[in-house]
Design a protein around this ligand. Structure first.
Ligand SMILES: Cc1cc2nc3c(=O)[nH]c(=O)nc-3n(C[C@H](O)[C@H](O)[C@H](O)COP(=O)(O)OP(=O)(O)OC[C@H]3O[C@@H](n4cnc5c(N)ncnc54)[C@H](O)[C@@H]3O)c2cc1C
Length: 476
Protein backbone atom coordinates (compact mmCIF):
# COMPACT_ATOMS: atom_id res chain seq x y z
CA UNK A 1 0.00 0.00 0.00
CA UNK A 2 1.24 3.52 -0.85
CA UNK A 3 2.65 5.41 2.12
CA UNK A 4 0.36 8.12 3.52
CA UNK A 5 2.57 11.21 3.79
CA UNK A 6 -0.32 13.07 5.43
CA UNK A 7 -0.76 10.57 8.25
CA UNK A 8 -1.47 12.42 11.51
CA UNK A 9 -2.27 15.71 9.76
CA UNK A 10 -5.41 17.40 11.16
CA UNK A 11 -8.49 18.23 9.07
CA UNK A 12 -8.18 21.97 9.60
CA UNK A 13 -5.51 24.64 10.26
CA UNK A 14 -5.44 28.41 10.58
CA UNK A 15 -2.92 28.64 7.73
CA UNK A 16 -1.66 26.21 5.08
CA UNK A 17 1.63 27.08 3.40
CA UNK A 18 2.21 25.52 -0.04
CA UNK A 19 5.95 24.96 -0.44
CA UNK A 20 8.90 24.93 1.94
CA UNK A 21 11.21 27.42 0.17
CA UNK A 22 12.81 30.11 2.35
CA UNK A 23 9.77 32.38 1.86
CA UNK A 24 7.28 29.66 2.81
CA UNK A 25 9.28 28.35 5.77
CA UNK A 26 9.90 31.84 7.18
CA UNK A 27 6.23 32.81 6.88
CA UNK A 28 5.19 29.54 8.55
CA UNK A 29 7.60 30.05 11.42
CA UNK A 30 6.40 33.62 12.04
CA UNK A 31 2.77 32.52 12.11
CA UNK A 32 3.44 29.59 14.43
CA UNK A 33 5.39 31.86 16.81
CA UNK A 34 2.32 34.10 16.90
CA UNK A 35 0.20 31.12 18.03
CA UNK A 36 -1.40 30.15 14.71
CA UNK A 37 -1.81 26.52 13.70
CA UNK A 38 0.21 26.05 10.52
CA UNK A 39 0.66 23.22 8.04
CA UNK A 40 3.47 23.34 5.44
CA UNK A 41 3.04 21.06 2.41
CA UNK A 42 6.05 20.38 0.19
CA UNK A 43 5.87 18.27 -2.97
CA UNK A 44 9.63 17.51 -3.13
CA UNK A 45 11.32 14.78 -1.03
CA UNK A 46 13.40 17.48 0.62
CA UNK A 47 12.56 20.83 2.29
CA UNK A 48 14.13 24.18 1.32
CA UNK A 49 12.93 24.72 -2.27
CA UNK A 50 15.80 26.18 -4.29
CA UNK A 51 17.86 26.53 -1.10
CA UNK A 52 18.75 22.91 -1.59
CA UNK A 53 21.58 20.42 -1.91
CA UNK A 54 22.17 16.88 -3.11
CA UNK A 55 24.51 14.05 -2.20
CA UNK A 56 26.43 11.73 -4.49
CA UNK A 57 28.49 8.62 -3.94
CA UNK A 58 32.07 9.32 -2.97
CA UNK A 59 30.87 11.49 -0.07
CA UNK A 60 29.99 14.50 -2.23
CA UNK A 61 27.50 17.16 -1.15
CA UNK A 62 26.63 19.95 -3.60
CA UNK A 63 24.82 23.19 -2.84
CA UNK A 64 22.57 24.57 -5.55
CA UNK A 65 21.95 28.20 -4.56
CA UNK A 66 24.33 28.90 -1.69
CA UNK A 67 26.81 31.19 -3.42
CA UNK A 68 26.45 34.49 -1.62
CA UNK A 69 23.95 36.93 -0.12
CA UNK A 70 24.12 40.35 1.57
CA UNK A 71 25.00 40.76 5.26
CA UNK A 72 21.33 41.61 5.97
CA UNK A 73 20.76 37.86 6.02
CA UNK A 74 22.50 37.75 9.41
CA UNK A 75 20.04 40.24 10.88
CA UNK A 76 17.00 38.58 9.31
CA UNK A 77 18.05 35.13 10.53
CA UNK A 78 18.61 36.48 14.05
CA UNK A 79 15.28 38.30 14.09
CA UNK A 80 13.05 35.77 12.38
CA UNK A 81 14.91 32.52 13.09
CA UNK A 82 17.57 32.00 15.76
CA UNK A 83 20.86 33.46 16.95
CA UNK A 84 22.44 30.06 16.29
CA UNK A 85 21.53 30.24 12.60
CA UNK A 86 22.69 33.87 12.35
CA UNK A 87 26.04 32.97 13.96
CA UNK A 88 26.89 30.62 11.09
CA UNK A 89 26.67 33.39 8.51
CA UNK A 90 30.18 34.48 7.59
CA UNK A 91 31.74 36.83 5.02
CA UNK A 92 33.34 35.67 1.79
CA UNK A 93 36.80 37.16 1.48
CA UNK A 94 37.81 36.94 -2.15
CA UNK A 95 35.66 37.63 -5.15
CA UNK A 96 37.45 37.67 -8.49
CA UNK A 97 36.37 39.12 -11.82
CA UNK A 98 38.33 37.82 -14.80
CA UNK A 99 37.36 38.85 -18.32
CA UNK A 100 38.99 40.53 -21.35
CA UNK A 101 38.37 43.96 -19.77
CA UNK A 102 39.82 43.41 -16.29
CA UNK A 103 41.26 40.94 -13.80
CA UNK A 104 40.59 42.03 -10.23
CA UNK A 105 40.07 40.76 -6.69
CA UNK A 106 37.66 42.40 -4.26
CA UNK A 107 35.85 41.88 -0.98
CA UNK A 108 32.83 43.53 -2.71
CA UNK A 109 32.11 46.06 0.02
CA UNK A 110 31.87 49.82 -0.21
CA UNK A 111 35.43 50.58 0.84
CA UNK A 112 37.05 48.15 -1.55
CA UNK A 113 34.67 48.93 -4.38
CA UNK A 114 35.40 52.64 -4.07
CA UNK A 115 39.11 51.90 -4.16
CA UNK A 116 38.66 49.85 -7.32
CA UNK A 117 36.54 52.43 -9.10
CA UNK A 118 38.91 55.27 -8.24
CA UNK A 119 42.33 53.62 -8.48
CA UNK A 120 41.81 50.93 -11.11
CA UNK A 121 39.08 52.48 -13.23
CA UNK A 122 40.04 56.15 -12.83
CA UNK A 123 36.60 57.41 -11.76
CA UNK A 124 36.45 60.60 -9.65
CA UNK A 125 35.70 59.74 -6.01
CA UNK A 126 32.94 62.38 -5.95
CA UNK A 127 31.16 60.65 -8.80
CA UNK A 128 31.39 57.27 -7.06
CA UNK A 129 29.89 58.77 -3.89
CA UNK A 130 27.16 60.51 -5.89
CA UNK A 131 26.27 57.11 -7.40
CA UNK A 132 26.07 55.46 -3.96
CA UNK A 133 23.98 58.34 -2.61
CA UNK A 134 21.60 58.06 -5.55
CA UNK A 135 21.16 54.32 -5.02
CA UNK A 136 20.57 54.79 -1.31
CA UNK A 137 17.85 57.36 -1.97
CA UNK A 138 15.95 55.08 -4.37
CA UNK A 139 12.52 54.16 -3.14
CA UNK A 140 10.22 51.39 -4.29
CA UNK A 141 7.30 53.84 -4.27
CA UNK A 142 9.04 56.40 -6.54
CA UNK A 143 7.68 56.25 -10.05
CA UNK A 144 11.17 56.10 -11.55
CA UNK A 145 11.02 54.38 -14.93
CA UNK A 146 14.76 54.46 -15.57
CA UNK A 147 16.48 51.17 -16.39
CA UNK A 148 19.76 50.03 -14.88
CA UNK A 149 21.40 50.65 -18.27
CA UNK A 150 20.20 54.28 -18.21
CA UNK A 151 21.33 54.71 -14.61
CA UNK A 152 24.86 53.48 -15.42
CA UNK A 153 25.04 55.67 -18.51
CA UNK A 154 24.03 58.70 -16.45
CA UNK A 155 26.75 58.20 -13.83
CA UNK A 156 29.48 56.50 -15.86
CA UNK A 157 28.84 57.47 -19.52
CA UNK A 158 30.52 55.32 -22.14
CA UNK A 159 32.31 53.20 -19.52
CA UNK A 160 31.12 49.71 -20.33
CA UNK A 161 34.00 48.27 -18.29
CA UNK A 162 32.57 50.02 -15.20
CA UNK A 163 29.06 48.90 -16.15
CA UNK A 164 30.37 45.34 -16.29
CA UNK A 165 31.99 45.57 -12.88
CA UNK A 166 28.81 47.01 -11.37
CA UNK A 167 26.43 44.55 -13.01
CA UNK A 168 28.06 41.15 -13.39
CA UNK A 169 27.73 39.90 -9.81
CA UNK A 170 24.22 41.32 -9.42
CA UNK A 171 23.05 39.59 -12.60
CA UNK A 172 24.03 36.28 -11.00
CA UNK A 173 22.58 37.13 -7.60
CA UNK A 174 19.06 38.21 -8.63
CA UNK A 175 18.80 37.51 -12.33
CA UNK A 176 18.30 41.15 -13.27
CA UNK A 177 19.43 42.58 -16.59
CA UNK A 178 20.54 46.02 -17.75
CA UNK A 179 17.00 46.59 -19.04
CA UNK A 180 15.21 45.93 -15.74
CA UNK A 181 14.05 48.88 -13.61
CA UNK A 182 17.01 50.57 -11.90
CA UNK A 183 15.38 50.05 -8.48
CA UNK A 184 15.94 46.27 -8.81
CA UNK A 185 19.65 46.95 -9.16
CA UNK A 186 19.80 49.74 -6.59
CA UNK A 187 18.31 47.78 -3.70
CA UNK A 188 20.44 44.67 -4.18
CA UNK A 189 23.70 46.51 -4.92
CA UNK A 190 23.24 48.78 -1.88
CA UNK A 191 22.58 45.70 0.27
CA UNK A 192 25.89 44.19 -0.82
CA UNK A 193 27.74 47.50 -0.39
CA UNK A 194 26.68 47.62 3.27
CA UNK A 195 29.16 44.95 4.20
CA UNK A 196 30.13 42.62 1.33
CA UNK A 197 29.03 39.11 0.44
CA UNK A 198 28.16 36.46 3.03
CA UNK A 199 27.59 32.72 3.08
CA UNK A 200 26.27 30.13 5.53
CA UNK A 201 28.93 27.86 7.03
CA UNK A 202 27.48 24.38 7.33
CA UNK A 203 25.82 24.24 3.92
CA UNK A 204 22.22 24.38 2.73
CA UNK A 205 21.45 21.05 4.43
CA UNK A 206 22.44 22.51 7.80
CA UNK A 207 20.55 25.81 7.53
CA UNK A 208 17.38 24.20 6.18
CA UNK A 209 17.61 21.46 8.82
CA UNK A 210 17.96 24.08 11.56
CA UNK A 211 15.03 26.07 10.19
CA UNK A 212 12.77 23.04 9.96
CA UNK A 213 13.69 21.99 13.53
CA UNK A 214 12.95 25.49 14.80
CA UNK A 215 9.64 25.70 12.93
CA UNK A 216 8.55 22.31 14.27
CA UNK A 217 9.59 23.38 17.78
CA UNK A 218 7.34 26.42 17.35
CA UNK A 219 4.43 24.18 16.40
CA UNK A 220 4.54 24.03 12.59
CA UNK A 221 3.30 20.76 11.10
CA UNK A 222 5.42 20.09 8.02
CA UNK A 223 5.17 17.35 5.40
CA UNK A 224 7.16 16.47 2.31
CA UNK A 225 6.09 14.50 -0.80
CA UNK A 226 2.75 16.30 -0.55
CA UNK A 227 1.70 17.89 -3.82
CA UNK A 228 -1.02 20.50 -3.49
CA UNK A 229 -3.29 19.91 -6.46
CA UNK A 230 -5.80 22.71 -5.89
CA UNK A 231 -6.48 25.71 -3.69
CA UNK A 232 -10.15 25.40 -2.70
CA UNK A 233 -12.26 28.54 -2.68
CA UNK A 234 -15.87 29.43 -1.92
CA UNK A 235 -17.98 32.61 -1.80
CA UNK A 236 -16.02 33.83 1.24
CA UNK A 237 -12.63 33.21 -0.32
CA UNK A 238 -10.15 30.48 0.55
CA UNK A 239 -11.50 27.41 2.34
CA UNK A 240 -8.65 24.87 2.05
CA UNK A 241 -6.47 22.83 -0.27
CA UNK A 242 -6.58 19.45 -1.96
CA UNK A 243 -3.30 17.64 -1.42
CA UNK A 244 -2.42 14.06 -2.37
CA UNK A 245 -6.15 13.59 -3.01
CA UNK A 246 -7.26 14.76 0.46
CA UNK A 247 -9.05 18.01 1.36
CA UNK A 248 -7.73 20.00 4.32
CA UNK A 249 -9.54 23.11 5.52
CA UNK A 250 -7.95 26.42 6.55
CA UNK A 251 -8.67 30.11 7.05
CA UNK A 252 -5.75 31.29 4.92
CA UNK A 253 -3.34 29.85 2.36
CA UNK A 254 0.15 31.18 1.62
CA UNK A 255 1.43 29.90 -1.69
CA UNK A 256 5.21 29.69 -1.95
CA UNK A 257 4.82 28.26 -5.47
CA UNK A 258 5.54 30.70 -8.28
CA UNK A 259 2.77 33.32 -8.61
CA UNK A 260 2.09 32.17 -12.19
CA UNK A 261 1.77 28.52 -11.11
CA UNK A 262 -0.41 29.59 -8.17
CA UNK A 263 -2.95 31.41 -10.31
CA UNK A 264 -2.61 29.37 -13.51
CA UNK A 265 -2.51 25.85 -12.07
CA UNK A 266 -3.70 25.79 -8.47
CA UNK A 267 -6.80 28.02 -8.69
CA UNK A 268 -9.92 27.32 -10.71
CA UNK A 269 -10.31 29.88 -13.53
CA UNK A 270 -13.43 31.47 -12.02
CA UNK A 271 -11.77 32.10 -8.63
CA UNK A 272 -10.19 35.36 -9.90
CA UNK A 273 -11.35 38.15 -12.19
CA UNK A 274 -10.51 37.98 -15.89
CA UNK A 275 -8.43 41.13 -15.62
CA UNK A 276 -6.30 39.74 -12.83
CA UNK A 277 -5.82 36.44 -14.66
CA UNK A 278 -4.61 38.38 -17.72
CA UNK A 279 -2.29 40.46 -15.53
CA UNK A 280 -0.70 37.31 -14.11
CA UNK A 281 -0.42 35.70 -17.53
CA UNK A 282 1.47 38.77 -18.72
CA UNK A 283 3.99 38.58 -15.85
CA UNK A 284 7.38 37.47 -17.20
CA UNK A 285 9.29 34.81 -15.32
CA UNK A 286 12.91 35.51 -14.57
CA UNK A 287 15.76 33.59 -16.16
CA UNK A 288 16.78 30.07 -15.26
CA UNK A 289 20.22 28.52 -14.67
CA UNK A 290 22.57 25.76 -15.64
CA UNK A 291 25.11 24.40 -13.21
CA UNK A 292 28.05 22.03 -13.35
CA UNK A 293 29.04 20.26 -10.14
CA UNK A 294 32.64 19.13 -9.73
CA UNK A 295 33.24 16.75 -6.82
CA UNK A 296 36.83 16.62 -5.62
CA UNK A 297 38.07 13.15 -4.69
CA UNK A 298 38.50 12.45 -0.96
CA UNK A 299 42.09 13.23 0.08
CA UNK A 300 42.63 15.73 -2.79
CA UNK A 301 42.95 19.43 -2.11
CA UNK A 302 42.50 22.65 -4.06
CA UNK A 303 44.74 25.72 -3.73
CA UNK A 304 43.11 28.94 -2.50
CA UNK A 305 41.93 30.46 -5.79
CA UNK A 306 39.20 32.68 -4.29
CA UNK A 307 35.64 32.07 -3.09
CA UNK A 308 33.63 33.29 -6.05
CA UNK A 309 35.09 33.76 -9.52
CA UNK A 310 33.13 35.64 -12.16
CA UNK A 311 34.75 34.68 -15.42
CA UNK A 312 33.92 35.42 -19.03
CA UNK A 313 35.57 35.40 -22.44
CA UNK A 314 33.12 37.94 -23.87
CA UNK A 315 34.89 41.13 -24.99
CA UNK A 316 32.08 43.25 -23.55
CA UNK A 317 29.39 42.63 -20.97
CA UNK A 318 25.86 42.12 -22.21
CA UNK A 319 22.84 40.64 -20.50
CA UNK A 320 22.15 38.70 -23.73
CA UNK A 321 25.61 37.08 -23.74
CA UNK A 322 25.15 36.09 -20.11
CA UNK A 323 21.99 34.20 -21.06
CA UNK A 324 23.21 32.80 -24.37
CA UNK A 325 22.89 29.02 -24.86
CA UNK A 326 26.65 28.83 -25.33
CA UNK A 327 27.66 31.66 -23.04
CA UNK A 328 31.32 31.84 -22.07
CA UNK A 329 30.36 33.58 -18.79
CA UNK A 330 30.37 31.49 -15.63
CA UNK A 331 30.58 31.94 -11.90
CA UNK A 332 32.62 29.42 -9.97
CA UNK A 333 31.81 28.89 -6.29
CA UNK A 334 34.61 27.12 -4.53
CA UNK A 335 33.61 25.26 -1.38
CA UNK A 336 36.63 24.72 0.88
CA UNK A 337 36.56 22.32 3.86
CA UNK A 338 35.50 25.13 6.28
CA UNK A 339 32.15 25.16 4.51
CA UNK A 340 31.27 21.88 6.16
CA UNK A 341 33.81 21.79 8.97
CA UNK A 342 31.56 19.37 10.87
CA UNK A 343 32.37 16.58 8.38
CA UNK A 344 34.92 13.99 9.48
CA UNK A 345 37.13 14.50 6.41
CA UNK A 346 38.21 17.67 4.60
CA UNK A 347 36.22 17.97 1.38
CA UNK A 348 36.27 20.41 -1.53
CA UNK A 349 33.66 21.02 -4.23
CA UNK A 350 33.29 23.45 -7.13
CA UNK A 351 30.03 24.61 -8.67
CA UNK A 352 29.95 26.47 -12.00
CA UNK A 353 26.78 28.51 -12.55
CA UNK A 354 25.57 29.88 -15.87
CA UNK A 355 22.45 31.95 -16.43
CA UNK A 356 20.15 30.30 -18.96
CA UNK A 357 16.93 30.61 -20.95
CA UNK A 358 14.24 27.97 -20.49
CA UNK A 359 13.39 28.15 -24.21
CA UNK A 360 16.89 26.95 -25.23
CA UNK A 361 16.55 23.76 -23.22
CA UNK A 362 12.82 22.97 -23.15
CA UNK A 363 12.41 21.40 -26.59
CA UNK A 364 15.68 19.43 -26.96
CA UNK A 365 15.44 15.74 -27.86
CA UNK A 366 16.88 13.33 -25.29
CA UNK A 367 20.06 12.89 -27.38
CA UNK A 368 20.56 16.63 -27.87
CA UNK A 369 19.85 17.26 -24.19
CA UNK A 370 22.46 14.72 -23.10
CA UNK A 371 24.99 16.13 -25.60
CA UNK A 372 24.51 19.70 -24.39
CA UNK A 373 24.93 18.62 -20.77
CA UNK A 374 28.25 17.06 -21.77
CA UNK A 375 29.18 20.31 -23.53
CA UNK A 376 28.46 22.26 -20.33
CA UNK A 377 30.63 19.92 -18.28
CA UNK A 378 33.52 20.14 -20.73
CA UNK A 379 33.26 23.92 -20.89
CA UNK A 380 33.27 24.21 -17.07
CA UNK A 381 36.31 21.94 -16.73
CA UNK A 382 38.16 23.84 -19.43
CA UNK A 383 37.45 27.19 -17.81
CA UNK A 384 38.45 25.99 -14.37
CA UNK A 385 41.75 24.62 -15.69
CA UNK A 386 42.89 28.27 -15.82
CA UNK A 387 42.79 28.31 -12.02
CA UNK A 388 43.66 24.69 -11.23
CA UNK A 389 45.38 23.17 -14.30
CA UNK A 390 45.20 19.60 -12.94
CA UNK A 391 41.48 19.82 -12.01
CA UNK A 392 40.51 16.83 -14.18
CA UNK A 393 42.71 14.49 -12.18
CA UNK A 394 41.27 15.77 -8.88
CA UNK A 395 37.63 15.32 -9.79
CA UNK A 396 35.80 12.04 -9.30
CA UNK A 397 32.22 13.26 -9.83
CA UNK A 398 30.86 15.58 -12.52
CA UNK A 399 27.27 16.33 -13.30
CA UNK A 400 25.22 19.09 -14.93
CA UNK A 401 21.83 20.61 -14.12
CA UNK A 402 19.73 22.67 -16.52
CA UNK A 403 16.51 24.72 -16.47
CA UNK A 404 14.68 21.40 -16.87
CA UNK A 405 16.23 20.15 -13.64
CA UNK A 406 15.05 23.29 -11.81
CA UNK A 407 11.50 22.87 -13.09
CA UNK A 408 11.39 19.21 -12.17
CA UNK A 409 12.29 19.82 -8.54
CA UNK A 410 10.43 23.04 -7.69
CA UNK A 411 7.83 23.12 -10.48
CA UNK A 412 8.33 26.82 -11.26
CA UNK A 413 7.22 27.90 -14.72
CA UNK A 414 10.24 28.18 -17.01
CA UNK A 415 12.47 26.62 -14.33
CA UNK A 416 12.96 30.17 -13.07
CA UNK A 417 15.76 30.69 -10.54
CA UNK A 418 14.59 34.08 -9.31
CA UNK A 419 10.79 34.05 -9.57
CA UNK A 420 9.38 36.76 -11.77
CA UNK A 421 10.34 40.08 -13.28
CA UNK A 422 9.38 43.33 -11.56
CA UNK A 423 5.67 43.31 -12.51
CA UNK A 424 5.22 40.03 -10.59
CA UNK A 425 5.44 41.89 -7.28
CA UNK A 426 2.21 43.85 -7.90
CA UNK A 427 0.44 40.66 -8.98
CA UNK A 428 1.67 38.86 -5.86
CA UNK A 429 0.54 41.65 -3.52
CA UNK A 430 -2.90 41.90 -5.19
CA UNK A 431 -3.77 38.20 -4.75
CA UNK A 432 -5.69 38.56 -1.43
CA UNK A 433 -7.84 41.29 -3.00
CA UNK A 434 -8.89 38.76 -5.63
CA UNK A 435 -9.30 35.77 -3.31
CA UNK A 436 -9.75 36.71 0.35
CA UNK A 437 -7.47 34.58 2.50
CA UNK A 438 -5.06 33.68 -0.33
CA UNK A 439 -1.53 35.11 -0.22
CA UNK A 440 1.66 34.60 -2.15
CA UNK A 441 5.15 34.61 -0.57
CA UNK A 442 8.07 33.66 -2.76
CA UNK A 443 10.64 35.00 -5.19
CA UNK A 444 8.94 37.77 -7.06
CA UNK A 445 9.69 41.10 -8.66
CA UNK A 446 13.50 40.69 -8.49
CA UNK A 447 13.56 42.71 -5.23
CA UNK A 448 11.80 40.01 -3.22
CA UNK A 449 14.04 37.28 -4.50
CA UNK A 450 17.28 35.58 -3.52
CA UNK A 451 17.74 34.16 -0.02
CA UNK A 452 17.38 37.48 1.81
CA UNK A 453 14.62 39.05 -0.30
CA UNK A 454 12.49 35.92 -0.19
CA UNK A 455 12.86 35.44 3.55
CA UNK A 456 11.97 39.06 4.22
CA UNK A 457 8.97 38.83 1.90
CA UNK A 458 7.83 35.76 3.87
CA UNK A 459 7.80 37.90 7.03
CA UNK A 460 5.87 40.74 5.34
CA UNK A 461 3.23 38.29 4.10
CA UNK A 462 3.00 36.50 7.47
CA UNK A 463 2.29 39.88 9.11
CA UNK A 464 -0.49 40.55 6.61
CA UNK A 465 -2.02 37.14 7.30
CA UNK A 466 -1.86 37.74 11.07
CA UNK A 467 -3.66 41.08 10.75
CA UNK A 468 -6.31 39.59 8.47
CA UNK A 469 -6.91 36.66 10.84
CA UNK A 470 -7.09 38.98 13.85
CA UNK A 471 -9.57 41.21 12.03
CA UNK A 472 -11.69 38.20 11.10
CA UNK A 473 -11.71 37.06 14.73
CA UNK A 474 -12.69 40.55 15.89
CA UNK A 475 -15.56 40.72 13.35
CA UNK A 476 -16.76 37.24 14.34
C1 LIG B 1 21.13 27.99 -9.43
C2 LIG B 1 20.65 29.04 -8.48
C3 LIG B 1 21.56 29.84 -7.82
C4 LIG B 1 21.12 30.80 -6.91
N1 LIG B 1 22.05 31.52 -6.22
C5 LIG B 1 21.64 32.38 -5.27
C6 LIG B 1 22.58 33.06 -4.46
O1 LIG B 1 23.78 32.87 -4.58
N2 LIG B 1 22.13 33.95 -3.54
C7 LIG B 1 20.80 34.16 -3.34
O2 LIG B 1 20.45 34.96 -2.47
N3 LIG B 1 19.87 33.51 -4.08
C8 LIG B 1 20.26 32.62 -5.02
N4 LIG B 1 19.33 31.95 -5.77
C9 LIG B 1 17.90 32.27 -5.58
C10 LIG B 1 17.32 31.70 -4.30
O3 LIG B 1 17.73 30.36 -4.14
C11 LIG B 1 15.81 31.78 -4.39
O4 LIG B 1 15.42 33.11 -4.69
C12 LIG B 1 15.11 31.37 -3.10
O5 LIG B 1 15.68 30.23 -2.52
C13 LIG B 1 13.66 31.12 -3.46
O6 LIG B 1 12.88 30.91 -2.31
P1 LIG B 1 11.31 30.88 -2.42
O7 LIG B 1 10.75 31.07 -1.07
O8 LIG B 1 10.83 31.79 -3.49
O9 LIG B 1 10.88 29.43 -2.81
P2 LIG B 1 11.49 28.28 -3.70
O10 LIG B 1 12.84 27.96 -3.23
O11 LIG B 1 11.26 28.58 -5.10
O12 LIG B 1 10.55 27.08 -3.22
C14 LIG B 1 9.20 26.94 -3.56
C15 LIG B 1 8.76 25.60 -3.01
O13 LIG B 1 7.40 25.35 -3.33
C16 LIG B 1 7.27 23.97 -3.64
N5 LIG B 1 6.06 23.79 -4.44
C17 LIG B 1 5.76 24.37 -5.62
N6 LIG B 1 4.54 23.98 -6.01
C18 LIG B 1 4.06 23.14 -5.06
C19 LIG B 1 2.83 22.42 -4.89
N7 LIG B 1 1.84 22.50 -5.79
N8 LIG B 1 2.67 21.67 -3.78
C20 LIG B 1 3.65 21.59 -2.84
N9 LIG B 1 4.83 22.25 -2.95
C21 LIG B 1 5.02 23.01 -4.04
C22 LIG B 1 8.54 23.66 -4.41
O14 LIG B 1 8.81 22.28 -4.46
C23 LIG B 1 9.56 24.43 -3.59
O15 LIG B 1 10.08 23.65 -2.54
C24 LIG B 1 19.73 30.99 -6.69
C25 LIG B 1 18.81 30.16 -7.34
C26 LIG B 1 19.26 29.20 -8.24
C27 LIG B 1 18.27 28.30 -8.91
Amino acid sequence: MARDFLKGVADSYDVIVIGSGLGGLTAANQLAKAGRSVLVLEHHYQYGGLATWFKRKGGHIFDISLHGFPSGMKKSCRKYWTQEIADKIVPLKDLRFINPQFDIKTSFDKEDFTRLLVEEFGIEQEQVFAFYAHLKGMNFYDEDTRTTRELFEEFFPGRDDVHRLLMEAIAYSNGSTLDDPAITYGIVFSNFMNDGVYIFHGGSDTIVGMMVDEAVKNGVEIRKRCLVEEILTGPEGVRGVRVNGREIACKAVISNANIKNTVGELLSPEAVSGDYRKEVEAVRVSQSSCQVYLGIREGETLPDVGDLIFTSEAEHFSSEELLDFETSSKTFSIYYPEMRAHRPTERYAVVASMNANWSDWAGLTDEAYAAHKERLIESALKSFEKFVPEIRSKVDWVEAATPRTMKRYVRHEGGTSFGTKFEGLAASMKLPEEVPGLYHAGSVGIIMSGWLGTMNYGVIVANKVMSALAQRLATA
